[in-house]
Write a protein that binds this ligand. Sequence first.
Ligand code: SAM
Length: 456
Amino acid sequence: MIDHNYIYNLLEEGKKSTKKDIKMVLDKARKKKGLSHEDIAILLQAEDKKDLEEIFKIAGEIKNSIYGNRIVIFAPLYLSSYCVNKCKYCGYNLDNDFHRRKLSRQEIKEEVMILESMGHKRLALEAGEDPVNCDIDYILDSIDAVYETYNENGNIRRVNINIAATTVENYRKLKEAGIGTYILFQETYHKPSYENMHLKGPKANYDYHLTAFNRAMEAGIDDVGGGVLFGLYDYKFEVLALMLHNEYLEKEYGVGFHTISVPRIKKAEGMDLNEFPYMVKDDEFKKIVAIIRLAVPFTGIILSTRESHEMRKEVIEYGVSQISAGSCTGVGGYKEYEKLEEKPQFELSDSRKPFEVIKELIDNGHVPSYCTACYRMGRTGDRFMELAKSGEIQNVCYPNALMTLQEYAMDYGDEEFKTSVENMIDKQIINIKREDIRKLVLNNLDRIRKGERDLY
Ligand code: SAM
């Protein structure tokens, strides 16, 4: 699936490209039909400042025309720090000696109540890999606990899962439990680097990890989220490999990645960042986000709080469509936040509370969205992609974004915030082109203001 020599050849050929070649690729990108491997390699090798500015500009235009100014918000919830793997970059590395634990059902509910009190409606569950201490039944029970925890404003409406590669049978169980996206980062697609980074445990098996989405798809999970941990190998190789993986899934299963995550490696317990020679610089990181946006215009791009406030603000403009907010990366981290006792899996850069993040997004003209309608309406996999490609996001996702923002303002905002949201909605509603939908949304917004919830 990932032919290393093919990627190296593409990158060598890409180095020979002329200004005219770059311009041709950019003209093609503007059409929002995606890019070939050769095109992507040409852009990855582009270094000229003017060319890069053009890449960023077109990425911004594509993002705006497909997603509008909507940004989906979510939070991670760490369930368990038990891990049997030895991954050199990770704080949960088996060699690290700290008090490991997992949340009880009651503790999960307490964490979820805290997340709900921040306004969250979408979570990504995270756990280390341990077949004894954190088996599939524990994960299934955790999903159940999350969905059944209600505060006065409702409950978590979508649970995405980021757990280790597993079997078709287990993926089937996750599907039945009602998960949203199954997320798994390949970490690095470069096999020698993968083997060097993963020294022990089931995760050390490159092929088993790489074929996880085949098993997930076989089990009926059609929203899968890929990603690379940038900093483990050459980013140009990784971006091309990610695109090859996406294309492979499209060919085999009719749909590629629902989302792509772009984590950059951060300091963690027991590791020294100086030992990672492929650290990605800020300018390179921006280029990665923009090129992915040009290459796969309809795939969501997820950015976490590993990135700083400033970086998040900038790359949201080039293509990011989902961000986490108010995150803790320790088990029980939300409750322990004040005490700062819990060991995080890695360090974070943007520690602002969701309210601050949301306020800033609005001030910068973005519409924060807690929408979870698609998967609850069965619009997953190729059905979501059809919707996105038909340009209907503005008529479907956008109204839902406005409605969830109105809910958020009613339930979590003060009078000043409510007024700013209502002003924003007044201005934004004209972006819904279909009159019948606009009317429906206006009616729903009114119902939400009067106390109804979860309309979509
Ligand atoms: N145990 C699961 C697995 O093996 O895929 C879940 C993964 S973990 C909870 C989530 C992700 O955190 C990992 O896939 C990895 O990419 C990322 N991560 C681990 N250590 C990191 C670090 N030092 N800096 C940034 N991200 C890190």
